[in-house]
Write a protein that binds this ligand. Structure first.
Ligand SMILES: Nc1ncnc2c1ncn2[C@@H]1O[C@H](COP(=O)(O)OP(=O)(O)O)[C@@H](O)[C@H]1O
Ligand SMILES: [Mg+2]
Length: 240
């Protein structure tokens, strides 16, 4: 379970997150929507422990990561996978090298084991056999999938997705959305998806939260959002 309690975060003098609280149950898929610049990526970086909040608690499986030192935080981070908006692949190595990277970095896996895991994760994202490809040869959708395989390398219990379908055409978008749902079903990971793509919100979420004024509004579901008659409905209808 992930629990954020009264989180505040500012950059320089600007307060971005203002008393935000959120609880995500194990296995739940939660989408976070909101205008550009409102702090969605910041929220993911806080959960990942890449930034520390000015105040508040971030409790992951009973432990407050805000109070943790670097080493302890590394242990928690190993259980969280993140797919960055740009996929952020290393162009200096192959597809296989990218997926192997977090495994090598951890120092916990032997070469044979790494090979097996890389092959398994590429298979999971429907990129089987792509180990020797150069990231530069890949399409946008394929880069996202390799980024996803890399995020999954260490079998995370929590997956964070930052705009996983932004900039993809509708078919590739659907493909990534189906993958997110499949991974969630098969691996029982808890997923937090930051997006402004309507199809993604409707296809992948159990709950949808809107970020406004540095906080999250009470959630809607894909079933209720279209008829809620509030700011969520306006968003879905393209008015926000
Ligand atoms: N490292 C940083 N230093 C200073 N300002 C930042 C930093 N990261 C983000 N910001 C600012 O904080 C605000 C929220 O950013 P972000 O979390 O990326 O928003 P979103 O993902 O919702 O578009 C933006 O105004 C952005 O310019
Ligand atoms: Mg962002």
């Amino acid at each position: 379970m992930i629990e954020l309690i009264d989180i505040w975060k500012s950059y320089d003098e600007r307060q971005i997150i203002r008393g935000l609280s959120l609880t995500v149950q194990p296995g739940e898929k939660v989408s976070i929507i909101g205008p550009s610049g409102c702090g969605k990526s910041t929220l993911l970086r806080l959960i990942m422990g890449l930034h520390r909040p000015d105040s508040g608690q971030i409790i992951i499986d009973g432990q407050d990561i805000v109070k943790m030192g670097t080493n302890e935080l590394k242990g928690v981070r190993a259980r969280i996978g993140i797919l960055f908006q740009s996929a952020a692949l290393f162009d200096s190595t192959t597809v296989g090298g990218n997926v192997a990277f977090p495994l090598q970095e951890s120092g916990c896996f032997g070469a044979t084991e790494i090979k097996t895991i890389v092959s398994e994760k590429l298979h999971m994202v429907e990129m089987a056999g792509a180990e020797d490809k150069d990231p530069a040869e890949l399409s946008g959708g394929q880069r996202k999938r390799v980024g996803l395989a890399r995020a999954l390398a260490r079998s995370p219990e929590i997956m964070l997705y930052d705009e996983p379908t932004t900039g993809l055409d509708p078919i590739l978008s659907t493909n990534i959305e189906n993958l997110i749902v499949k991974l969630n079903d098969q691996l029982h990971v808890t997923s937090i998806i930051v997006t402004h793509q309507i199809s993604t919100i409707l296809r992948v979420s159990d709950k949808i939260y809107m970020m406004q004024d540095g906080q999250l509004m009470p959630p809607e579901s894909p079933q209720t959002i279209g008829t809620a008659g509030n700011v969520y409905t306006t968003f879905i209808n393209g008015g926000l």
